[in-house]
Design a protein around this ligand. Structure first.
Ligand code: KG4
Ligand code: ZN
Length: 330
């Protein structure tokens, strides 16, 4: 069965075609980075307008790449939340229109669920697994027990990990999105050059916190002024603190809950230092670690099609009354 997946929850317009819930036959992501970069963050109104411009050409291009027509689809999956409501409504409205006109069933997908399952686009793994979902909007830990069966463990008390990357990059004048830039810049620098503080959370709480670190970088830059360490050293030292604060609670949760497999998901899972340190930490505890390739960690339509495929298989269908939900939880 072919499923079209459509994603427009934030600043990427994406569409993909997935065969039988596993094989990507088309995957197109149109980034809006150039539009938002001058502002150091996503401007919601500009994002919605870009989605309106891009969405039909992107869907057409995905179908063309797959060599399929709308009539060949067994279903359509579209992100219905969480995200920016104006952005979400563009994808949802277009999919409702296509579904109604061509009589193809559709389902609204939770963006978080799609990230948690994205590993299956890369390889089949066994349930249960502990998933760390770290993106621009979320930093969450879940135990994934089956398709559609998720146990929430905890999340960030303040900023998301990706948000911290983006805000620190903005402070340092590195543009948006900050994660990839800081990742690249850090490769040439000593991550121990500056010792930024790590937030320590209550034992057993499965929580994260990044706003103190962000403030510490801000104070460091302000106090040091022109004599601050080279940009790459600040970036690498900041990144080291973020990575430590992601690895420690994840490992603690895996050991406490006796889960043998860890999966990384979300845009921050594309980070090379996180992948490296998590690999070492998992190996030292004798745990499996599974990480999708970077392009499947960041937002894409294939993960939406995958989550939607499993919903359609369970007999789920949505109707034209479905609304976008900016604060949708899992
Ligand atoms: O999952 P995603 O594409 O969109 C959301 O659902 O938020 O994640 C985007 C976030 C941004 O904050 C971006 O800075 C971060 O992921 N990101 C990275 C890297 N690539 C993207 N953070 C650290 N290292 C990277 N290589
Ligand atoms: Zn995302």
């Amino acid at each position: 069965m072919l499923v079209l997946g459509v994603e427009s929850s934030c600043d990427d317009t994406a569409a993909a075609v997935l065969a039988d819930g596993r094989k990507i036959v088309a995957n197109i992501v149109s980034s809006q980075d150039a539009v938002h970069s001058p502002y150091g963050g996503v401007v919601p109104e500009l994002a919605s307008r870009q989605h309106i411009r891009n969405i039909l050409p992107i869907i057409d291009a995905a179908l063309k790449q797959a060599g399929a027509g709308v009539g060949d689809l067994g279903g359509i999956a579209v992100t219905r939340g969480p995200g920016l409501v104006g952005s979400l409504l563009v994808g949802l409205s277009v999919v409702k229109g296509i579904s109604y006109r061509w009589r193809v069933p559709y389902v609204g997908v939770n963006h978080l669920e799609a990230h948690l399952l994205a590993i299956f686009l890369h390889r089949e793994i066994e349930f249960p697994y502990l998933a760390l979902l770290a993106s621009g909007g979320h930093t969450l830990l879940y135990v994934v027990r089956d398709f559609g069966d998720y146990r929430y463990l905890g999340g960030t008390r303040d900023d998301a990990a990706g948000e911290a990357y983006d805000k620190v990059a903005k402070m340092m004048g590195l543009g948006y999105p900050g994660g990839r830039v800081i990742d690249e810049l850090s490769k040439s620098a000593n991550p121990k050059a500056i010792r930024f503080p790590r937030a320590r959370m209550k034992k057993g709480a499965h929580e994260f916190s990044f706003s103190g670190l962000k403030t510490a970088v801000w104070h460091y830059l302000k106090e040091q002024g022109g004599s601050a360490a080279p940009t790459a050293e600040v970036a690498a030292s900041f990144q080291e603190a973020v990575v430590d604060m992601l690895v420690a609670p994840t490992m603690r949760a895996a050991v406490e809950l006796d889960v043998k497999r860890i999966v990384l998901a979300g845009g921050v899972a594309a980070n090379s230092r996180l992948r490296k340190k998590m690999t070492a930490a998992a190996a030292s505890e004798g745990l499996e670690l599974h990480v999708p390739p970077p392009a499947l960690c960041t937002d894409n339509g294939a993960m939406i099609a995958l989550a939607g495929y499993h919903m359609l298989r369970r007999g789920l269908r949505d109707d034209l009354y479905l609304n976008a939900d900016a604060d949708l939880t899992l």
